[in-house]
Design a protein around this ligand. Sequence first.
Ligand code: KIV
Ligand code: ZN
Length: 541
Amino acid sequence: MSHPSTPDRILIFDTTLRDGEQSPGATLNVEEKLTIAKQLARLGVDIIEAGFPFASPGDFEAVHKIAREVGTPEGPTICGLARATRADIERAAAAIKPAAKGRIHTFLATSDIHMQYKLRKSRAEVLAIAPDMVAYAKTFTPDVEFSPEDAGRSDPEFLYQVLEAAIAAGATTVNIPDTVGYLTPSEFGELIRGIKANVPNIDQAVISVHGHNDLGLAVANFLEAVKQGARQLECTINGIGERAGNAALEELVMALHVRRSFYNPFFGRPPESDQSLTAIDTRQIYKTSRLVSNLTGMFVQPNKAIVGANAFAHESGIHQDGVLKNRLTYEIMDAQSIGLTDNQIVLGKHSGRNAFRSRLQELGYDLDDQSLNRAFLRFKELADKKKEITDWDIESIVNDETQQAPEHFSLDLVQVSCGNNSRPTATVILHTPDGQELMDAAIGTGPVDAVYKAINRVVQLPNQLIEFSVQSVTAGIDALGEVTIRLRHGDRVFSGHAANTDIVVASAHAYLHALNRLHASLQTGKSLHPQRDTAAVSASL
Ligand code: KIV
Ligand code: ZN
C-alpha cells in the first residue's frame, strides 16, 4: 500500500537497523538484523529502514534478506538508504527489490556548512543533483523519500527550493532532519510550519521528521512537528543512534498513546476519539527494547522513560501506598500496555520440550528446530540450578543462545580460583572451527580480569575494554546474570552480551562474543559510513 500524502495517523519509520546501527559498538550481523526486523514487523512499524546497502556486501545482504523475509504484502515497507549518487541508488534498489513494498531513501546536505566543507558543492549544484537523483530512484520504485541532510541548520528559503524540486521529481516523502540535534521544539515546529506554507507542492508528499538527541530534545521536537503536520516519525528503539542517539520510538508512541486526547484535534479528530494515532502494538514495546539492547549491547539506563528498569517501579513507601489505593495517583500508564507482564513463574525442572516450545510461542518466539534444541538444552541446564523459571529467564536464554554472531573462538572451559588472601587465577580453553584447541592461564586483579587476560593471551586481538556491566534478570540469589561489554579496537567499538547463572562464565562468553565480532570485522573489512564517507557524492555531476 502506498501512503496518501496526508495520512490520517502517524507513520512510524524505524531506523534502528540503519541510524541506530551507526552508533559505535552497535554493529549487528545479518541474522541479528533479520531477528530485529521480524520483531519490528510484530511491533507494527510502517517502514523499516533496513540499512545502507552500498556500505558493504554484508549490509547489502542484510537489507536484501529483510526485504525477502519481512517485506511481505501485509508486512512493513522496506527501505534502503542511498547517498545522492547513481551507484548508491542502484545498490539500494537491488537490495529492496524482493520486498512487496520497497522504498529508496536518498539524501543530500543542504546546510551551507555541509555543502561547503563536506560536499564541496555550490547551492546551484545541490539544487540540480537532488531532483536528478530522486528522478533516478523513481525509475526503480514509486516510493522515494528525500532528505535534505542538516535541514535544521539550512537556510529555509534554499530548503524550500530543494524540497519543491525533489517533490516535482517524484519524492513521495520529504524528511526533515535535525542532523546535529541543534533545534529547540518551537524552532522545529516553526521549520515544519514554514515548509507547509512555502513549498508550493508540499501536499504531494508526506512530511517526515528525523532528529538526533544531542540536547535531549529529539522527542519534544517531533511532537511539536506533529502539531504542525508532520506525519512520519523517524525513530529508533531505545533511542540508539549516532552520538546521543535518535528520537526514541517507544517515547513517541507512548506520548501519542497516553496523551491521545491532546493530539487528536491536530488530526481533525475529536479529543475523546479512542482510535490509535499509530499502528504500533504497544504490548510489543518492552520485548523489542530488550531484544535490541541485548543484540546491540547498548545498555538501557534504569531511569530511561518507558523501557528503563525503574520506569514502572514504585520503590518509595509513599508512592506504593498511593498506587495501592488508586494506581492513577502516580502512574500515567499501565505497565501491561508496553507488554511488561507480571513476571510469572512459568516452567520448572520437569517441564518438557513441548511445554517449553509452547511458552516460547506464547511469548512470540518462533524458533527453527536447531535453535529450539539449543535453547531447550540451556533451559534444562538452568532448571537444574534454578527452581523456578520465569518468562524473563526464557527470553534471556532465547536472546542469548539463538542470536549470537557466528563463533570463531568458542569457549570450552573457563576455570577460576579466587577469594581473599589468594591471587585470582584463570584457565581457559577455546576452540577454533579448524579444530585447534587453545589453552592458557593468567593472574588478574579479580576473577573476571584473570579470565579476560587468559583469553587475550590465546586470542591475540589487541583491544581496550571500555564498558563492563552485570545485571540480574530476576530477583533472587540464583538469578541469571546478564553481562554486557564493549571493547575498542582502533577506532571501532564492538559489544558482547551473555547470560548465565555464573557471572564469571557469562563474562567469558560476553567477551568472546565481542572478540568474535572483532575477528569477523577484520575478515570482512570496514563498512562505509553514509554521512561521513562523501567522496562518491562529491565526485558526482
Ligand atoms: O541525521 C541525518 O541527517 C540522517 C540522514 C541520512 C537522514 O541520518
Ligand atoms: Zn540521522
